[in-house]
Design a protein around this ligand. Structure first.
Ligand SMILES: Cc1cc2nc3c(=O)[nH]c(=O)nc-3n(C[C@H](O)[C@H](O)[C@H](O)COP(=O)(O)O)c2cc1C
Length: 389
């Protein structure tokens, strides 16, 4: 499996990630990781910090002359803002005004209960979604591996607040995976919210503007599709090996994500079996074929050869300019919640993080099934055995 651990505070010196389980011989270019980091930073509705940050990865270990060695890959992303926080975030001596007014919806009060922190900066620095940059870096490495194996991931925004679109049109998936990938990656560059439906996107932009003016925030829904996924990944034999369960956990662990859907998940619950389940018909060379993909490419916790399609719902950002009621933990008096520079809507960025965590899970599932010490062996096995039903 592919495993990773992250460390680092939002305004600390740097973020770190160590990734294990990536096969030897994979060509890694820093620019490919940086491209994913840049995608995470973009998107309409993000706050001022994005102008300060220009995330760039440094490869510390596990790669030599652009090739993975099979050993742990260590990545570092420096925080450009560190110069302004050296004193406040010093691991040695330092001083800073404590944060004492917890924000409803954020981890502030939870961290106070858990660790006894009275200065909530000790909570928010790690609970902040800044950590998702490290997760995106781990996902970028997994995506490079997946592309080598013919698996391509794309992601989009389906809704912001009450403005909804249908996600990726299903007819896209009749075309080859690499073609759809190239097409959408090119197109999304000009899309402020990475939504395939330009009309709905314009409405979303207007909604974000209105919310910003009112000092309010928004959430939304993102979709990730993985194309070219071999059938047979995951398992129904043990609950912990179900790939749908692994994906749900990975997606739900993204800060702010409160719901996860595989395929038509929520709407399937309101429909009939005859309309939901994907018919099985004869395919080429005695095989089988599915005439629809409402299941999102997963049945029994195992991939069925269709594109894996998952969605995740994000709650509105917890830091509001028009701050919500709170309590000053130093006095016990009623007040309004802490506010510092913040996003109005981070749904497009959450979508990039969702792609990253999905990539890690799929890469792990492929390695588990086909073996992962060497890329050449893995590629051979996926080509030989990975496409048969
Ligand atoms: C990419 C991304 C950016 C975010 N930016 C902010 C932000 O600027 N301000 C904020 O209050 N929350 C932001 N969030 C959401 C918080 O991290 C989240 O609400 C908080 O961790 C509590 O969520 P939880 O209850 O799911 O842990 C962001 C989330 C993501 C995924």
């Amino acid at each position: 499996m592919v495993r990773y651990r992250t460390a680092g505070e939002s305004h600390g010196r740097a973020l770190m990630v160590i990734i294990e389980g990536v096969p030897a011989g994979l060509n890694i270019e820093r620019k490919d990781i940086n491209e994913e980091l840049a995608r995470r930073q973009l998107g309409y509705g993000r706050g001022g910090r994005m102008q300060i940050e220009r995330d760039e990865v440094e490869i510390i270990s596990g790669v030599r002359h652009r090739r993975t060695l099979g050993s742990p890959i260590g990545l570092l992303i420096r925080n450009r803002d560190w110069v302004n926080w050296e004193q406040a975030m010093s691991p040695d001596d330092g001083t800073a005004e404590p944060v004492v007014r917890p924000r409803p919806g954020h981890a502030d009060l939870a961290g106070h209960h858990k660790y006894g922190h009275r200065d909530l900066r000790n909570v928010l620095e790690r609970a902040s979604a800044r950590d998702t940059a490290a997760r995106v870096a781990a996902g970028a490495v997994s995506m490079i591996l997946l592309r080598e194996l013919g698996v391509h991931l794309i992601g989009c925004v389906c809704s912001v607040g009450s403005v909804a679109s249908g996600g990726f049109p299903s007819q896209w998936f009749e075309r080859p995976a690499s073609e759809v990938y190239e097409y959408w990656r090119e197109l999304e560059r000009d899309r402020p919210l990475r939504c395939p439906d330009a009309g709905a996107e314009q409405e979303m932009v207007e909604l974000i503007d209105a919310c910003r003016d009112e000092g309010d925030t928004l959430g939304g829904v993102v979709e990730v599709c993985a194309m070219g996924v071999p059938p047979g990944l995951g398992s129904y034999a043990q609950w912990s090996d179900r790939l749908d369960g692994r994906l749900a956990r990975a997606l739900m662990s993204i800060p702010g994500i409160k719901s996860v859907e595989v395929g038509d998940g929520f709407s399937a619950a309101q429909s009939r079996g005859s309309r939901v389940h994907d018919p099985i018909v004869p395919g080429e060379a005695g095989g089988t074929r599915r005439t629809s993909n409402n299941a999102g490419g997963l049945e029994g916790g195992v991939t069925n050869g269709r594109e894996v399609r998952v969605r995740a719902g994000m709650k509105p950002i917890a830091t509001l300019r028009r701050a919500l009621p709170s309590v000053d933990l130093s006095t016990g008096e009623a007040t309004s919640a802490h506010h510092e520079r913040s996003d109005v809507c981070a749904v497009p960025s959450a979508g990039v993080v969702a792609e990253a965590v999905t990539a890690v899970e799929l890469a792990g599932a492929i390695i588990h099934r086909f073996g992962g010490d060497r890329l050449d062996h893995l590629r051979d096995r996926v080509e030989r055995e990975g496409r048969s039903p």
